[in-house]
Every structure is written in C-alpha cells, then in structure tokens.
Write a protein that binds this ligand. Sequence first.
Ligand SMILES: [Zn+2]
Length: 344
Amino acid sequence: MLQEYDGLPEGLLETNSRHLADRLGAPSLIHLAGAREPALFVSVLMHGNETVGWDAIRGLLLERRARFGDLRLPRALSLFIGNVTAAASGVRRLPGQPDYNRVWPGSQLAPTIEHRLMRRVVEILSERRVFASLDLHNNTGLNPHYACVNRLDNRFLHLATLFSRTVVYFIRPAGVQSMAMAELCPSVTVECGKVGEQQGIEHAWRLIDAALHLTDIPEHPLPARDIDLFHTVAQVKIPEDVSFAFAPADGDLVLDPELERMNFRELARGTAFARVRTGSGAVLAVIDELGLDVGSRYFGLEGGELRLRQRVMPSMLTRDETVIRQDCLGYLMERYGEHLPGSA
Ligand SMILES: [Zn+2]
C-alpha cells in the first residue's frame, strides 16, 4: 500500500531505480517543504523501466543539497515514486500488475488495489492543494521530446511548452496520471526519449527546475508560432491472435524495421504499414477516442499490404515487441493548431 513521508528517507537520493524497492518497499509519496506553497507534484516510475524521472529529480535534489547544504526548494514538492517493484526488475510492469499509468481515477479497467492506491494519492494532493503536476516518462520509439496534455487550457499549454514546442493532446487511453491530476491543477505528461539517454535526463531536470521556480502559470493564449499542437485520434494495436515480425522475419503481419522513422512525420495516403501473409486475414486494430475499432477507416489492404487510407502522423511507433504486446504498436495523430484556445 501507499507509504507517505514528510522529508526524504535517509540515503534515498543515492539509490538508483533498481534498488528503490529495497529502500521503500512500496509506492511512496514524499512531501518536501519549499519557499512557496502549494507544492509542485512530480511523479516518476509509473513504468518501472522508465528511469528518466527518478534520475532527473534525484539529480536536481542532490545538486541543490550539494550547493546549499540543504534542499532550499523555491516551492514545496510532492514526489510520487510509482512502480518500484517493476523498477527492481527493469520492466514496465510485472506479470499480474496493471499498468500504473492506466489505473488513476477515470480508469476504465477493472478495479485493482493499484486503483485504490492512485485514488488515495489524488485525495491527499486534493486536501493539501497542488500547484501543477508533471508525470515523467521515457518511450521506446524514435520520437522527439514532447509534452502531452488532456485539456486544451492555456495554463496546461504554458506548462507543456516549458518542456517542448511539440505538444500532444489526448483523451484516450483513460486512467492516466495527467488526466486525473487535471481535475486539481495544470497537468502534463512528458516523454523524454529513450531510457538511459543523458539529454533526456537533463531536459526533464530543467523542466522540474523551471516549474519549481514559477510563481504562477499564465492564463493568456500562447502565440500559435510557439507551439506545434497535435491531437491523438487513435491507438494502433496488433490483435492478440495475430502474429507479427519485423522483416526479414515472417508472421501474419510483417512490419518495416524502419517503422520508428515514421514518428512525428506527416504520412501520405497510401503509405504502407505492414505486409499481410496471404490468407491470414490479419489486420491492425485501430481504437478511436470512443473505444471503437475504426481500423477500416485508417487502413486498407492493397497489393498484399496494409496501407493508410488517409493522411496521418504517427507517434510512439515502436519496435519493442514487449511494449507492442503489453501496450500498443503506436498512436495516430492529426495536426490541431486551429483548436488552440483563444488564439487569433
Ligand atoms: Zn511510460
């Protein structure tokens, strides 16, 4: 169950993500005092192998302690360290665990003890009040660093563009941290590139530092030239009963090994996604924001290949077969600039 601390457990900042479970034993919410209230909320390790958030926050806190002798935070900080047991094994989640970023209030999955735990975190933060929320992730595909929001609200977009001019708006999948926290404060999820990349850690560190130093979050519109806003319209999955492989290996669906290069590129109608084994009838499942499979709207079979039937821009397309099976192949997006609130 959830553990709560006022102050840092001894030696925690010196502990890498693989050893947090030995030190903490369970998901932990840690409150640290600062010059301003209410606290900035930062969550890390929703996915156990995505170490960027923990490495960024402990780097920042260690650096402040070395510089000032204590943390001397410009704003209070509430830090949630999520799936420590999966982190011990270096995996997204352990067998039998739900995805920790699908079980926050608003989740559509069958209730688990993890749902109760996340609900408790939100209740505690609601009582204490919270300034803004950052949820820090790595991803597996070849993607730019970008921020995600679940509301088209200027304060959310300002927070997002502290990290990147590339911003993705989505409302599915449900049960993610940033959507639950959006009920309480401006809230973003940030995707900091692949695991272990130093520039991702430094980028996340700079975001946390900038957010800790904000006195308020502006409500005025962003100039359209300062933001590239995209809308995730669907999630692409490979149905469980369909086998897949990357060429030259064989399966019902044979995917292009260069698939990740399509991320954040506007693709023309007719672009091939996969070769289909003759007679297999294999398709890609494309789940829209209402949870409906709209595969035939996006992909058609032409010359033995699944090809795009309309222009889209993919994100998070990955070659990681575990992620493809546990989560999805990737997402489809559309440009959304004309939906910027209050812009001329
Ligand atoms: Zn993640």
